[in-house]
Design a protein around this ligand. Structure first.
Ligand code: GTP
Ligand code: MG
Length: 206
């Protein structure tokens, strides 16, 4: 699935226009600006597929991506959809917007039966913050499988990585829906992308 060109199929501004549940879905969640859209582009090797920006709040809808060439008919569904999510925790945007994104993110994460795993992205420089922990708590409660992906690894010293991995593993150790393996990535330098592709392939084959 990573050799095909992927295509954007739909932007979902609210839960009432979600596509019918079909292919397995994998979602990329995390605070605003953590690097969700950049990671999807790096993973699929398609610059500009998911829109990225220096300014937090770039992604404002649930954006659906699938490998190209599927008609979407019931007997011709793609094997997997990747969902790029709006970020949470961006306080600078107008309150109604922030509230709408947060509601969309939380409602989707709680109530999508075809959602196979959520990659929760955490900035390697900042670690797990309160609003990240809120999202992890929601996923634990809803029993939705999730996996932590550290981002922007190129921004920290390589010597700091083992301790960071250890601390992150410890932070999720008692969380029931957390997948124990922590992935450490850099969209910029390509670190950890093969491991992430491997994880996605495995999930799509389950
Ligand atoms: P929202 O859609 O606003 O929630 O943000 P996002 O999580 O999709 O982040 P996005 O991919 O738009 O990236 C935010 C900024 O971080 C951009 O300026 C990226 O260039 C930068 N960035 C993303 N990944 C990396 C990385 O691995 N290394 C470095 N150095 N910068 C990165
Ligand atoms: Mg984005």
């Amino acid at each position: 699935i990573f050799v095909k060109p992927w295509v954007f199929i739909r932007g979902v501004p609210n839960m009432s226009v979600l596509p019918p549940e079909g292919p397995p879905e994998i979602a990329f969640a995390g605070r605003s600006n953590v690097g969700k859209s950049s990671l999807i582009n790096a993973l699929l090797r398609q610059k500009g597929l998911a829109r990225t920006s220096n300014t937090p709040g770039r992604t404002q809808e649930l954006n659906y991506f699938v490998p190209g060439g599927y008609s979407g008919a019931l007997d011709d569904l793609p094997p997997l959809a990747i969902v790029d999510m709006p970020g949470y925790g961006y306080a600078e945007a107008p309150k109604e917007k922030v509230d709408a994104w947060t509601r969309l993110v939380f409602d989707y994460l709680r109530g999508r039966s075809t959602l196979k795993r959520v990659f929760v992205l955490i900035d390697a420089r900042h670690g797990i913050k309160t609003n990240d922990a809120d999202v992890l708590g929601l996923l634990d409660k809803a029993a939705v499988s999730y996996q932590i992906v550290l981002t922007k690894l190129d921004k920290i010293k390589p010597t700091a990585v083992p301790k960071l991995l250890e601390a992150t593993a410890e932070a999720i150790r008692k969380r029931p829906a957390a997948y124990p393996q922590i992935l450490a990535t850099s969209s910029e330098k390509g670190a950890g992308l093969d491991e992430l592709r491997e994880a996605i392939l495995t999930i799509s084959q389950q």
